[in-house]
Ligand binder design. Structure first.
Ligand SMILES: [Cu+2]
Length: 529
């Protein structure tokens, strides 16, 4: 068995930019990506593309310019839009996406959450394992995609996500279920990407093109973007029920989503519907997670879409509801809370797994090397930071903001180590060698160590498979859903059950883009029976 080697140090040793390798590389403009906006097309709004079985779709990644507030900045867009086109496909269908890289850096497309053929997962480090190599500028690659599960998914690059996602490379895929009664009927469906972007001195805060910065806390933005817009708005009619497919595409920010005054019903999560629909006032969505929410606007007026933390409230947009009543009302169906029979069946199967010891235990650990001398919180940060919001209704153990911006800006993979540690062997990150067979159901305990150098929440993502959350801090999960990403807050212990259904070599990583670039990843093998 051959392993992925995600150690970028080897690449960097050969890089002509190696001499820039110092702590303030991100400040060195000669080392950064182009910011030139001249001659670029303006970013457009995403098209909705309905693809049928065996269709071929052309996708390009290219530079665009986009106005955010008063600033015109260079960004990147799939097919020139931010977000990229929203693809609607039928469950069980297969399509081909012919992709062209018109950007100035190597890229790939990862189809987040889709249980695709391993060759098309978009993880370039697996090239020696039959996976695709990075696509050079000007290069092309043809992706063959399949859609076994209903729900909302998304696509993004898997090289320098910290840069490319911030620059606008993300788009949604809605997989329409084969069963017409899978979801309740609604008036309309909408995809919303939740994002933030860091603007400083009238431009994007600097990136180095040789290494990621802000690897300690991740790049928190200071402008919120919904569907790429700083002033997003949506029109609705009185009595309308709108299904929102929400995706957090931010580098690090966890959103606490709410629409005060409207009624929200949680109906689905990452990979399809929830076991029990429930009415909610707000909902946490960590990077790369998805939430499917039915929202009833039963009176006219302006409704704010908000991200609320224990300390402040951000506006993510506005819904303007007209007096004119909606033509066909789905209010009665909205009032009913449905249950999923396939997840009820899973719950019966789970009994044996709930109390048995885990097959694997993964610890999440941060280690800062020689950073304390720079002051600004330093090692002491966690003693005041961690748990300070414990017990708030918005969720404990979450860093909502960049609490140490100066130190964070100086952090790279050389002075900030993020580790996924296999407690069974002591191996960390790419030294972890897990191997399973198709059909295995693997119980994994994930422990977010509160006593590490910089404890914070980590959204842990498994490629290629789907999993159920069994328990949180020993308490059984009352509402199952198939997931591919799970947020583990500081100090928290989560048990998940991963269904090994898809053969290949697959990544596990933190979906905070800067933590992934900081080494917080490994790969596991799933072999055919
Ligand atoms: Cu992380």
């Amino acid at each position: 068995m051959r392993r992925l080697n995600h150690d970028h140090e080897g690449d960097k040793a050969m890089s002509p930019h190696d001499h820039h390798g110092h702590a303030l590389a991100g400040r060195d403009l000669g080392d950064s990506f182009s910011r030139d906006t001249s001659g670029l097309p303006n970013a457009t709004s995403p098209e909705i593309i309905n693809l049928r079985d065996q269709d071929v779709f052309e996708l390009r990644a290219l530079p665009v310019r986009k106005r955010i507030g008063d600033t015109m900045i260079r960004m990147l867009g799939y097919n020139g839009s931010i977000p990229g086109p929203t693809l609607h496909v039928d469950q069980g269908s297969e399509v081909t996406v012919d992709f062209t890289n018109e950007t100035d850096l190597e890229t790939t497309v990862h189809w987040h959450g889709l249980r695709v053929d391993n060759r098309f997962d978009g993880v370039p480090e697996g090239a020696h394992h039959g996976m695709q190599p990075p696509i050079a500028p000007g290069g092309r690659f043809s992706y063959r995609l399949r859609f076994p599960d209903p729900g909302v998914y998304w696509y993004h690059p898997h090289i320098r996500e910290d840069y490319t996602q911030e620059m606008g490379l993300y788009g949604n895929i809605v997989v329409v279920p084969s069963d017409p009664d899978y979801w309740s009927p609604v008036n309309r469906e909408h995809t919303l990407t939740l994002d933030d972007i860091l603007i400083e001195d009238g431009d994007l805060a600097t990136f180095s093109h040789t290494e990621s910065n802000r690897t300690a806390m991740g790049r928190f933005g200071n402008v919120m973007l919904t569907n790429g817009e700083a002033d997003f708005s949506l029109e609705a009619s009185r009595g309308e029920v709108i299904r929102l497919y929400l995706t957090n595409v931010a580098n690090v920010r966890t959103f606490n989503f709410r629409i005060p005054g409207a009624r929200m019903k949680l109906v689905g999560r990452d990979q399809g519907r929830v076991e029990h629909e429930e009415f909610v006032d707000e909902m946490l969505i960590s990077p790369s997670e998805r939430v499917v929410m039915d929202v009833l606007f039963d009176r006219a007026g302006e409704f704010a879409i908000e991200h609320r933390t224990p300390d402040r409230t951000y506006s993510l947009g506005t819904v303007r509801v007209s007096e004119r009543p909606v033509e066909r009302s789905y209010e009665r169906g909205f009032g009913a809370l449905r249950h999923s029979e396939e997840l009820a069946a899973e719950r019966e199967r789970l009994e044996a797994d709930l109390d048995r010891p885990p097959d694997k235990t993964l610890a999440l650990v941060g280690e800062m090397l020689g950073m304390a001398q720079h002051g600004e919180h330093g090692h002491g940060h966690h003693s005041q930071g961690h748990g300070e919001h414990a017990g708030t209704e918005a969720g404990p153990g979450i860093e909502w903001e960049d609490t140490m911006p100066m130190m964070n800006e100086m952090s790279t993979r050389r002075n900030m180590h993020w580790g996924l540690i296999d407690r069974g062997t002591g191996n960390a990150n790419h030294d972890i060698r897990w191997s399973f067979r198709v059909g295995d159901r693997v119980k994994i305990r994930i422990v977010n160590e509160p006593d590490s150098d910089h404890p914070m929440q980590h959204p842990i993502h498994f490629h290629g498979q789907r999993f159920l959350v069994l328990a949180l801090d020993g308490v059984r999960n009352p509402n199952l859903a198939w997931k591919d990403t799970n947020l583990v807050s500081t100090g928290q212990t989560t048990d998940i059950l991963v269904e090994m259904s898809n053969p290949g070599l697959w990544m596990v990583h933190c979906h905070i883009a800067e933590h992934l670039e900081g080494g917080m990843m490994f790969s596991y093998l799933v072999e055919e029976q």
